[in-house]
Design a binder for this molecule. Sequence first.
Ligand code: SF4
Ligand code: MSK
Length: 651
Amino acid sequence: MVEKKKASVDTASQALFEEAVNQGIRTAFQRYEQQQPQCGYGTLGLCCRHCAMGPCNIDPFGKNGPDRGVCGADADTIAARHFDRMIAAGAAAHSDHGRGVVEVFLAAAKGEAEGYEIKDEQKLLQLALDFDVEIGERDIKDIAIEVGEKALAQWGQQEGEVVMLKRAPLKRQKIWRDLGIWPRGVDREIVEIMHRTHIGVDEDPVNLIMQGARAALGDGWGGSMIATEIQDILFGTPVPVLAQANLGVLKEKEVNVVIHGHEPVLSEMIVAVAGSKEMLDYAKSKGAEGINLGGICCTANEILMRHGLPIAGDFLQQELALVTGAVDAMVVDLQCIMPGLTEVAQCFDTELISTEKRANIRGTTRILFEEDNAMESAKAIVKKACDAFEKRKGKKVHIPNEKTDLVAGFSHETIDYLLGGVFRSSYRPLNDNIINGRIRGIAGVVGCCTPKVTHNDYHVAMVKHLIKNNVIVLQTGCSAVACAKEGLMLPESAAEFAGDGLAEVCETVGIPPVLHMGSCVDNSRILMAAAAVVKEGGLGDDISDLPVAGAAPEWMSEKAISIGHYFVASGVYTVFSATWPTMGARKLTDFLFNGIEEKLGGKWDYVNDPIEAADKMIAHIDEKRAALGILEKKKERVLMDMAMRRELDAG
Ligand code: SF4
Ligand code: MSK
């Protein structure tokens, strides 16, 4: 059994972990222990079951065991094929999400999706320029329909270039073209991975990994970026909002609806419906004082970014949320939904409602989302939650006290605006502060949480170490949730946790040292921010020149591998911790950690200690600073008086 202190560094999760143990409820923490010892071949990437002559295992020590599978594939081929298939699955997940969002957008533009409207016309026009859609005097609806059709065509495109990669710096574009890895179509590159990793096709690990890069780029700069942009157009581009995070956001006397998964198309409707008089009256008729919405995983991040709604928790807190006994309905769509939820929900009065045709979860109530019935589905869901509250009313609940304030909503446009001021939005102040050394560099710390390490420990330790060393941190996904709970996303946390230079910039601009940029598909916002920093000038002419680094210290999903690989393929040094999937394949691992840099300017690394990993990121940042000739620049300390601050605010 896991000891309480090892389950989580988050005290709310620790308490509920113990409550689950006391009540005999199994969660991922116990199931992980039951899986021990996990298969060594699988852990090292040395197990193949791509055909029925297998499964084949390779001897990791190169001694008396087999060094090839039945077909003759060696360790590097087997691990590279497996790595590529992780990319394919991750890219497919993000991109299929993106496709669904574009379909809803198109229906909304045609007036066929009640309740949806275009909220950010400016962003629509920007996207129209990307897709070469004529603007002129045309009606905004006509522009939206053409943008929607052209965006949707990116998935099935067979030849040519996925359009959004043109947002990257010109030098980066040339690298992709010269290497022949500019994706032709989002789906095509994923299918090609599946073909090339079939028995007896591509056996060259380097060739396989470069196709992986092509598919991953189709995810990050394609499917994910389109998803982010279209979600902003439909639901509004995030601006800073104050909110709260952790399971203490649940309320005993209100109907608690927890929205979990990834797609904001239905959760936006639930947000709209839950605030209506009709639903509030219904909730009161069941004895509740109100309706309380909270999120888990990336749906949490989506509704947080746009509405300031509270985050109940991250991936490993989904079952713990139910253990509170206070969740009346948990609404799940897709991705990162643990099948184990059903077993936990059965111990309580919780309605577990699944809404996605693509994701049936046995034991859930099915209320399917269709774009033409979103409002009705949302109402039916909220009513079910109210009915469940009536059953739960008066029973004992275990809601922890922990909830922490945070400021979220840092789209890359918002960063631009906050830094540059009202009249002159620009990344110039960020670049200047990197050049003068107040900010040493930028780190993207993202990804999931995993029971392989103490929950949230790596995220929090790494991010604290980075900001202490004047590295500003951009976050998405469950990593953002972890640091929000720790209080790192408040402007005042700069004085407590950040180094002098970073703290000075944060205090002047009024931002936290750790910026919440959204959900997993919103890693595309980090790409756009990196491209904007290059464009602003003074820090080289490619993303690989920037003093930046990426990390996913508690990763677990295949999407994380796709994200990591598109960061590497965009020129970023990217460190993973907790586990690494190719460790048994020496030549392949050496290529990913070293050789790939010659081709792509970025590379992978694995360091299973968050502080050591952060130190390697800082060392990389310093190397880039040295190459730019700014390593020695010491920050000139400027004490700002009120007049200077006002001037900065006014831009
Ligand atoms: Fe074994 Fe080759 Fe079949 Fe993989 S593809 S299971 S290594 S025979
Ligand atoms: S939800 S992919 S556990 S970040 Fe995006 Fe969190 Fe990882 Fe799922």
